[in-house]
Write a protein that binds this ligand. Structure first.
Ligand code: GLA
Length: 777
């Protein structure tokens, strides 16, 4: 809800308030962003100006205390006495100075449409309201509009900025942040999610202290280097208590964010488009509008913050056609076959996948003509008749006959030089005239600033989907932008941003008319895991790294800002192709289940025992899919860093995953709190039955085998393909309060013998605990 009382702007969500008001000179002073406050005189929240500061520049000669340097502002400028980083840099005939003062405002229901980019939508929520506050710099001929949208149901406020050239001369924009947030420091830590290929979204913490700390991406995409989303939390905040802020962008291009702690103990947060290489000329009368920034606050720690972000994404970012839609259990053939396949091989995998319970079969890279490796073929969407002699539709019909839907991999934004498309249209690639283009994975980036390229993609991809009868698309993007030049924009500095705008338009044109097609985004894994993509896609492939132990950090990092309904996670073979780590099949599933489950596995070599286990896993996931994809997610406290505890659901039912990265001798007695259950109601907690492969025990098998076995002998080899031991036979009972206090789990294996209840975790072991109400059993 938004209220304007006199000159006080009061924005309220279910549990937060956001207040600001103009200063006597017309600048917007930020007053509060935090827990809900009842409306009242805000004088106590204003920055006090008792006496002038020593060396400060004052705004007005009549007011010695009018230095802007100490005022928390909704949006600052350059050259008025505020020497913190400016959210705007625009070259106009009088230089760079900008001085924006309040001119008016407009309140309305719903969201404000964006001219070129996707923004959050109201969805089915009636209590979404927007506010536009207009500020002007009459001398520079600029009008600045701050756009606020309040999503009261999920405790999120979004912001963005519109700049209009109201003067007579052309101006050139070099920087325009989506949001500026000036907060009093509470001993903040900033948590960012950083990495690279196959190690995306690892959380890193730094204390916010004097100076500027920044993250960003200059790759043209949001990138795996630094996710655009980050957190800021108070020194006493934990997963479950304390003040925490979250910031994210509905944007898939290069971004930049910074936190700056100044000498007055104020922290300025800026977030928006990456200014490096960005220039946007504004001709008289023209406007530029930034991507939308997302703000959330929770006084209930980081889990509270994640819950708000998750509900926001599920209700206001995910396209309506996918909202609440159960994500299918997928089989993707990439790690099984790479480029080396044909219809026969794919169908053999499909038959096996169907038997295991898989619901959707995806053929990955390599299906089109010329695509036998990654050096050729991108750009040409003609099916390779050698691989699929009867065409794709005949293939997808066979997949459908097996009871599954069919999906297809595409990488439409890219082209190999060795392709028909590149030969026919060399001018369709991003490149600097006169300069040899840089390659990445043997491919070039198509110039999406060219409307002909957009039309080609819409037509080609749309036709391939329709003719092949696909109901699922994995849309990949496997290199960064370089040679960022296009003859189709008025200024080279517009290219990278225009690319993102036009990509959004292409995605909308392809997928909005095909609501039956589920879209999964991918960019060498999680190289473009952001809210901009999630305005079009149901899920994003989180990482090419499917090692469950690596995935713990990746999926946990993403979980701070993105709901599990958006995170694709697959079970793959062990030892792992990237780490050589050997992990139990149970753990590979137990980690992938906290996301949208899939298998990416050579099924030909599965043992009977593994087939049984995977069949059970899929059935288990299907039975609990609503919890895994849409249940409330919480990260448990980590008494030791090599243990991860994840909970989905609360109230009547929950599932808790307990994963151990490493074991030590005489392991600690683990305690498992399960939270959010009803007090006074009795629950039963049962470990999901899982099997311990005999060969994992090696020579120890002789402690349980009635006959002596050679651990590396033939008998052991054969037996372990058909027999396994029950693992994790655990059961606990208690009311909601008792379970929240924490179950003392059964002991772990410590070499003193074997009992059915013993937790045989070892390195990389894990258990899923299923929590149900006893009175409803
Ligand atoms: C990228 C993706 C993979 C796979 C390959 C195919 O690396 O992240 O999942 O699709 O491309 O070339």
């Amino acid at each position: 809800m938004i209220e304007v009382r006199g000159d006080l702007f009061l924005l309220a969500t279910r549990s937060t308030s956001y207040w600001f008001a103009p200063t006597p000179h017309g600048h917007l002073e930020h007053l509060h962003y935090g827990p809900s406050l009842p409306a009242q005189d805000p004088a106590a929240l204003r920055v006090k100006r008792d006496l002038p500061h020593g060396s400060s520049v004052v705004y007005s000669p009549d007011d010695a205390t009018s230095s802007l340097d100490a005022v928390p502002l909704e949006f600052s400028g350059i050259g008025q006495g505020d020497y913190r980083l400016s959210p705007i840099e625009v070259a106009h005939p009088l230089g760079f100075d900008t001085d924006f003062v309040y001119a008016g405002h407009r309140l309305f229901d719903g969201t404000a449409p964006h001219p070129t980019l996707p923004v959050a939508e109201a969805g089915e929520q009636p209590d979404v309201q927007s506010l536009e506050v207009t500020l002007v710099d009459a001398l520079a001929g600029l009008e600045l509009t701050l756009v606020y949208t309040v999503f009261a149901d999920v405790d999120v406020i979004t912001r963005r900025t519109r700049l209009r050239n109201t003067g007579a001369a052309t101006v050139e924009l070099a920087k325009l942040a989506s949001v500026q947030l000036d907060l009093p420091d509470r001993g903040f830590t900033i948590r960012t999610f950083d990495g690279g290929w196959i190690h995306e979204a690892h959380a890193h913490d730094r204390t916010v202290s004097s100076g500027v700390f920044s993250i960003g991406s200059t790759t043209g995409a949001s990138s795996n280097r630094h996710n655009p989303g980050f957190l800021l939390f108070a020194d006493d905040a934990t997963e479950d208590s304390g003040w925490a802020y979250g910031v994210n962008l509905v944007y898939s291009g290069g971004h930049a964010s910074s936190v700056e702690r100044d000498a007055h103990g104020s922290v300025r947060v800026l977030s928006g488009i990456q200014p490096q290489g960005f220039r946007w000329p504004l001709f008289p009368g023209e406007a530029f509008e930034t991507p939308e920034a997302v703000l959330a606050f929770s006084a209930e720690g980081l889990n509270g913050l994640s819950d708000r972000m998750h509900r926001f994404v599920n209700a206001h970012i995910t396209p309506a056609r996918y909202r609440g839609l159960p994500r299918p259990v997928v089989y993707n053939s990439w790690e099984a076959t790479y480029f080396d396949f044909d219809e026969k091989r794919q169908l053999s995998l499909a038959r096996q996948a169907a038997k295991l319970g898989v619901e959707l079969f995806v053929i990955d890279d390599g299906w089109f003509v010329g695509r036998d490796d990654d050096t050729a073929g991108l750009g040409d969407y003609t099916v390779d008749a050698k691989k699929f002699p009867s065409g794709l539709r005949a293939f997808t019909r066979k997949v459908e006959k097996l009871g599954m839907r069919a999906g297809l991999w595409v990488e439409p934004e890219m082209v190999n030089e060795r392709s028909e498309l590149a030969r026919a249209h060399p001018e369709w690639m991003l490149r600097v005239p006169g300069k040899a283009p840089r390659e990445g994975r043997h491919q070039q980036v198509l110039d999406l600033c060219n409307p002909d390229v957009s039309d080609y993609l819409v037509e080609q991809v749309g036709r391939t989907i329709d003719e092949g009868g696909f109901t699922y698309v994995k849309w990949d993007m496997n290199r960064h932008l370089a040679d960022v030049y296009s003859p189709h924009v008025a200024h080279p500095g517009m290219t990278a941003h225009r690319y993102v705008e036009n990509l959004s338009a292409v995605l909308e044109r392809i997928f909005a008319p095909r609501p039956h097609v589920l879209l999964e985004m991918c960019s060498s894994g999680g190289n473009r895991f952001d809210l901009g993509m999630l305005r079009f896609a149901a899920t994003i492939w989180a990482s090419d790294d499917t090692d469950p132990i690596e995935r713990l950090e990746i999926q946990q990092g993403l979980s701070y800002l993105y709901p599990l309904s958006t995170i694709s996670a697959h079970v793959s073979a062990s030892p792992h192709q990237q780490t050589l780590r050997d992990t139990p099949l149970s753990t590979r599933f137990n980690v992938a289940a906290f996301g949208c489950l899939g298998y990416e596995y050579d099924l030909d070599f599965l043992s009977a025992e593994e087939r049984r286990e995977i069949t059970d896993q899929i059935a288990f996931y299907q039975a609990h899919r609503a919890l895994f994809q849409f249940g409330r997610f919480r990260r448990g406290a980590r008494p030791r860093p090599d243990r991860f505890v994840w909970q989905v659901g609360d109230g009547d039912a929950a599932i808790v995953g307990n994963v151990q990265r490493g074991v030590r001798a005489a392991p600690e007695r683990d305690v498992l709190p399960i939270v959010g259950l009803h007090p006074g109601i009795p629950y039963r907690v049962v470990a999901k039955p899982q099997r311990l492969a005999l060969d994992r025990l090696g020579h120890l098998v002789n402690h349980v085998s009635p006959v002596k076995l050679d651990p590396s002998g033939l008998v052991m080899n054969v037996v372990s393909k058909h027999r396994s031991l029950p693992d994790a036979v655990e059961e606990y009972r208690g009311t909601g309060e008792l379970l929240a206090a924490g179950i003392r789990l059964h002991m772990q294996f410590a070499g003193t013998g074997h009992a059915a209840t013993l937790r045989m975790l070892g390195d990389f072991g894990s258990t899923l605990y299923v929590v149900t109400r006893e009175d409803e059993a």
